[in-house]
Design a protein around this ligand. Structure first.
Ligand code: NAD
Length: 351
């Protein structure tokens, strides 16, 4: 495989690149703009690997994308570059429209033109995986699961821009015959997760004795998946998924946000007894506008068709994740100091 990975300096993309290069021996070109959310430190373990190359470029830059295709000549594209933080999409939606919609269009069209210049069998074997989220489906009630036929009903500027990108990907398949596969995954967690997201934010704030912000009553339910399981699923879908098909990916690990925060506190109580009980730091903050209540994935299709199974439960994955943050301040310390401002993101205790 020669894989062009966009967004490979981000959380999930860097895990995909590590697995492709180290575990699979694939040739990889990482294309990433290195926004606030991307850092080459996440690719340190593949930095000097002869199978890995890095290109700093914006997926909205059509000329740069055309040149990347022409130079690298990929057999597969895995498109993960995106603006991904829902809170930021509420205060600055323009970047989400630019990268998630215009960037996806630009990449799809560069891929189409590149593939049209290929001869068989490379032309027939070419695949583009568009990586998306379960947030495109909107909110569930207390029962039911999202499957691949669930109607799109996005609530935030982030999920709306991802929904639009999914439709563009489908259109490039149907209108131009580009072999596109789409994945829609639930919430990920694990190493190299940017410190503004719920799980790393909770771990790091608790370690520093700071407030642990929980939106509203904390009863919002997410279906958590360990990032290495997601990356394995993505590589499998890119290799063996059927063009024109969608695959939902999820860990069957539904937890309320409050349970997640409490479980992290429990691990820290054991690992750092000096700060115990860390749950005393929990602080309910005003709920986010348009906050979906419940997401949950039916992963039957990828399980039965491609034989994928999540290997980690939430319990095993969260224990590894807490341990990773305790051991890897070299990675998160500079990011947290440079970028994170809890007040700026609205994560202040409710009156
Ligand atoms: P992330 O924010 O950690 O990483 C995104 C990466 O994309 C960063 O390295 C950033 O520098 C890069 N990027 C942003 N704009 C770019 C542009 N214009 N051109 C080139 N690179 C650009 O995101 P993530 O959590 O790793 O998510 C990756 C993908 O998976 C996204 O498409 C997201 O929608 C999807 N997804 C995420 C989750 C989750 O829980 N994190 C769940 C399901 C799907």
């Amino acid at each position: 495989m020669r894989v062009l990975v966009t967004g490979g300096a981000g959380f999930i993309g860097s895990e995909v690149v590590r697995q492709l290069v180290i575990d699979r021996g694939a040739e990889v070109l990482t294309v990433d703009k290195l926004t606030y959310a991307g850092t080459l430190e996440s690719l340190r373990s593949v930095g000097n690997h002869s199978n890995h190359r890095f290109l700093r470029a914006d997926v909205c830059d059509g000329a740069a994308m055309a040149a990347a295709f022409a130079d690298f000549r990929p057999t597969h594209v895995m498109h993960l570059a995106a603006e991904s933080h829902v809170d930021r999409s509420l205060t600055g939606p323009a970047d989400f429209v630019a990268t998630n919609l215009v960037g996806t269009y630009t990449l799809l069209d560069a891929a189409r033109r590149y593939r049209e210049g290929l001869a068989a069998p490379e032309r027939d074997d070419f695949r583009l995986l568009h990586v998306s989220t379960d947030e495109v489906y909107g909110s569930l009630g207390p029962d039911g699961l999202f499957d691949e036929t669930t109607r799109y009903d996005p609530s935030s500027p982030y999920s709306a821009s991802k929904a639009g990108a999914d439709h563009l990907a489908t259109a490039w398949q149907r209108s131009y015959g580009l072999p596109v596969v789409i994945s829609n995954c639930s919430n990920n967690y694990g190493p190299y997760h940017f410190p503004e997201k719920l799980i790393p934010l909770t771990i790091l704030n608790a370690m520093e004795g700071k407030a642990l912000p929980v939106y509203g009553d904390g009863q919002q339910i997410r279906d958590w998946l360990y990032v290495a399981d997601h990356a394995r699923a993505l590589i499998l879908i890119a290799e063996r998924g059927r063009p024109g098909e969608k695959y939902n990916v999820g860990g069957r690990n539904e937890r309320t946000n409050l349970d997640v925060v409490r479980q992290i506190c429990g691990h820290l109580d054991r690992l750092r007894p000096a700060g115990a009980p860390h749950a005393r730091l929990i602080s309910h903050v005003d709920d986010r506008p348009g906050h979906d209540r419940r997401y949950a994935i039916d992963a039957t299709k990828i399980e039965s068709e491609l034989g994928w199974r999540a290997q980690d439960t939430f319990e095993t994955g969260i224990e590894k994740t807490v341990g990773w943050y305790l051991d890897n301040e070299w990675w998160w310390g500079p990011l947290r100091r440079r970028v994170y401002g809890g007040e700026r993101l609205g994560l202040v205790p409710a009156a």
